[in-house]
Design a protein around this ligand. Sequence first.
Ligand code: C5P
Length: 334
Amino acid sequence: MILLKRVKSRTFTVLFCIITITTFLFSYSYNDPTSYFFKFAFRFTDTVLSKGLCACTRCINVEDEDPWFMERFNQSVAPLMSKKNSVLSEDTYRWWQWLQAEKKPANYTEVVQKLFEIIPDQEHYMDSGPSRCRTCAVVGNSGNLVGSKYGSLIDSSEFIIRMNHAPTFGFEEDVGRKTTHHVMYPESAKNLQNTTSLVLIPFKTLDLQWIISALTTGSIKHTYLPVLSKIKANKDKVLIYSPTFFKYVYDTWLEGHGRYPSTGFLALMFAVHICDEVNVYGFGADREGNWHHYWENNLLGGAFRHTGVHDGDYEYNITMLLATKQKIKMFKGT
Ligand code: C5P
């Protein structure tokens, strides 16, 4: 350990000297030694002292030598789709198409092309760094939120991410009133306020066609279930969950457990990769062991554990492990 520390501090000293000398020489050649020298020196010190990672008191992305986290966490996979990253590897396309297999899927490339004529083609949130502190609340749909009075705490985050049918009206005291991002798929879609970003999780090419249609002509009314033909949402704020990131979450974080990740786990992973501090609410059973939704009276009601496609226990264990390792903070409710 002591040897390791010595090697590290020697490496640091050598690096610092090299950078100082080259910076000075470089600055000198530009006739403004002080400004260049100090600019580079400050940036270097800032990066080393903060480990270049975030400006919150608690940062997810800390090079903390936790091998379990570092082996899995990969910030180079963009969580959201842009035209540039929309091209899928053969492996990813095959896996993604298999999730909710379509008999005759439309041409994926053509659909994506059309999609980005309607929604903005941008790179989102890939801006982590020493000066960013993005706090996020991920709000699952568990009945353990009832009576929790987490509302104002949830609303104090910069990003508030909700999902599927989640209502806020009538539940403000426990779940908050603000929503910056609402994660959904066509079969779980709901109308949103103009200020909220719709985050679509596509499970098939038809889902991408659905969002195009729901924002324009309203011609698609049915997938494997009846769906909203038109959606009230700000089309300039529509974001698409990347199939490549979807597969990364399944392979790397769930290690293939369940058929595919639940909306809650996908939303949590989205937050873990775009936020600096993640607070998690509304996940898991209530104190009596019920897995219902917070807006339902039926305690046995239709929460995600009954779908049969998710490994709820495995997802919960990974979520708890992230909390134990202080990567996220879990608020367990009532
Ligand atoms: O049931 P639904 O999928 O709409 O819930 C959204 C997410 O909230 C789930 O995917 C799950 O991750 C989380 N949830 C939970 N415990 C519950 C209900 C939902 O962890 N009782």
